[in-house]
Design a protein. Structure first.
Lengths: 265, 265, 265, 265
């Protein structure tokens, strides 16, 4: 079935900006975009599912199942100098190389229908050590954007620090060119353990982003919100990590069974 | 060729319920659904084959080859308060992540043509130890179903016990939403060795299911039937497990050959 | 590009029988079918190439490259009680599970255009030890064929000896059902080292097959022919085995380079 | 999204020759073709991107992201006895077997639109040891080409030296037959470490190629150019190698994180 986007509502948007924040290192992008969705009261209008996600559903406390998905939200401009927004958050990125390309391409194809011309991708940048003041490093789809965003406190020395941007945040910028969408990746410095969410790094990213977007945002509830999110996000990542380890190790023998996650199938 | 459903007959069904029971932990779902098919005298009307199954055929005692497949059966309502049923049983689930999504999606697309709006997926829930009285744990596609099924002795505490539902039983529930099909997964507690079928757990699942469906079912022959099924099911799973182990280990050297299954190709 | 069949000529065939012999255990099928093609003077009319083959070309002594491919030959009935034949031989089978299904399906789709209703698939059956008189074991797509072929010295006790038939020889039989093609697999017992061709086992298969087909065949040149074929077949299999081992081991470090095959890319 | 070719300009070319030089052993083909593009002032007219490349973008020193891609250039005939040229260079080859076939096939489909009938694929041939005078070994799509190119100092003893040509340089020759394109692979002998570029081997290849094409080329700047290219090429290959090693090892544990490349996602 590859990748499907199911539209729940067709919002009328004017010249919207696209913002992506999916899970990754320190979950920086996911936390930042998720907080923005909540604080702005953004409304979900589409869901993306993909056979490139891991083949399981999660269970909510209520016994309801939860498909792995990415979700599109929109938020109309509220004040002067603001813009309509499309926000993408989600549980998961592709589990394989081909899926990363396909999903990024489907996302761009879809937001292009709303005449998106600009995008922000939010992610973490693993620096291997804790830092008191995590910087926000910028990477752009087009060199001229460095100038445009020069006054927002972004560190534009990514070229010498960073080798690559893996997954959606990078490929959206790279593939965006073929859809006429220019973009910048805001990368919050973080220790670099995928399983430890870094709200502080996310806060740094949010501060830069909201300044650019002319949005006032109270980031004081960020720590609390992250704790709420964390349980569910951790569940997904635990399962994904274990599933990947098991694939790498090969199928287990009966005696090893107890070390596993409770497994249904 | 991906996934194909070959229709043998086009049954006329009224408001049918869809029941899935494919191989998995303890083969709970496979045993329960298989027994139901036999006892109800359900009739096969379609076969599903997929390039996501393992690339071999099995051999029956008669020297006839057997393709890995899933099979759709139907059974018309016989008594009052009963409903027409579509049952899905089979030899195999997908051997790769992408296949799980694709096959679940094809199944839903197909049963949608019969106006299915409700489904039951049957599976085992590995709890790592033997239990005298295995419970039937429920997971639902929609929280409101918990209430609907509250009086059938289902344990609705899955959210705290169970991380995920892997494969068809989970994805059918999750993807069902996009086809307007609501469903519940009935998960029989079992030790959790995929290779040891657990008829007792399957019996628990069947008791709950038949109560909901208003079907009288004599489960006394279950042990005997499982023994009959077992040889063939075991053959498939032996081969699949060995094939997967071999893939994980890489190609063997000539000297190791004798440890292998007899191999033809 | 998946799988392509390139037709070189459109032969007019009457009620042809399809015979497959691709590489596998002991190369029994490949040797038997290849010898038949040569001795009958069969004519090539189509080539099959696939992205499921290994991604390299081989080099002939002449410096000409050789794509991995399967080849379709035909041979018109020459005598009374003979039938037109389509023969499939080749360098390779699919390198992945999905490819096995896809290629078998494309083959069947193609030969169906010539109104094929019957097929023979030729393969080796690894028994783990050398035997003075290798038997020819039969597996059928349909139980009633056991009777039809009962008088040709085929051992129809495959069901208890053999777990599975992996790859083309098995899937062609299994998928053939959906194309209205019935078939039998003739499995020559062999030691079971994929890298050691077994002309004796192939001879046994050929004797049974030619008796069924009413063809007189001098098998005395088989040993000589196998030696001629062997160099090229061995080259392919060496490379495939090394490639598979390397994949299983992961990418090598510079210092290991000398142990490898000469490599171009 | 599989593989896409994005055309930037539609050049009018007369009877063009196609030349491929993508990364590989010693980067011989990549260096030779890249140098030719620069020295001839060839103009880019199309880009190829593929979900079979690794799923990341690279970062330029300027903070601009760089998608992995292959690039088509053209160059009109400048002198007598010269021909219009299409040159293909790029950052990457497919990361999986299926991708190699697909990308080679898309390339051939595309250049066929310009009526290409002849091609040269440039690559390195790993010989496992340094040599003072690396030879240029030839492999051809058609045996009769050996004669055609016999007077240009090409070593046509490839058949006995070389087992296979892996990836684009080989598959383009092999698949070219189905597009009516004949070709020769010029293979520069090199030590065989993929990560050490070999400008000397590339120079040998260029000398043969330019003699055939009637092009005067000053190869004195080759060493300097290689040093310029090298940083960027090395970055890509470092990341690819590490990514492949990580895949082979399976997901790492938190404690191992510091040994990794700086990672963003």
């Amino acid at each position: 079935m590859t990748t499907k986007i199911i539209e729940l509502e067709k919002p009328k948007l004017k010249n919207p900006i696209f913002i992506e924040g999916l899970p990754g290192v320190g979950n920086v992008g996911r936390i930042a975009a998720g907080y923005l969705v909540e604080e702005l009261g953004a409304k979900k209008f589409a869901e993306l599912i993909s056979s490139h996600f891991m083949p399981f559903v999660l269970l909510h406390q209520s016994s309801a199942v939860h498909m792995l998905k990415n979700e599109f939200y929109y938020c109309k401009a509220k004040g002067k100098n603001q813009r309509d927004l499309i926000l993408l958050i989600g549980d998961s990125q592709a589990a394989d190389a081909e899926g990363h390309y396909e999903i990024a391409d489907e996302i761009l194809k879809y937001v292009s229908k709303f005449d998106v011309k600009e995008m922000f991708t939010l992610a973490g940048l693993s620096i291997g050590e804790q830092t008191a003041a995590p910087k926000v490093v910028g990477a752009v789809s087009d060199q001229e954007l460095v100038k445009k965003y020069s006054k927002f406190g972004i560190d534009f020395d990514a070229g010498s620090k960073v080798g690559t941007i893996v997954g959606a945040s990078g490929l959206l910028l790279g593939l965006g060119k073929y859809y006429g969408i220019k973009g910048i990746s805001l990368l919050g410095e973080t220790v670099g353990f995928p399983i430890i969410p870094d709200p502080k790094s996310a806060e740094g990213v949010l501060k830069v982003l909201t300044k650019i977007l002319n949005i006032k945002l109270d980031t004081s509830k960020l720590d609390k919100k992250v704790k709420e999110m964390e349980d569910f996000i951790k569940k997904i990542q635990d399962v994904e990590r274990r599933a990947m380890m098991q694939m790498a190790k090969g199928p287990e023998k009966p005696g090893e069974e107890k070390e596993k996650l409770t497994y249904i199938g």
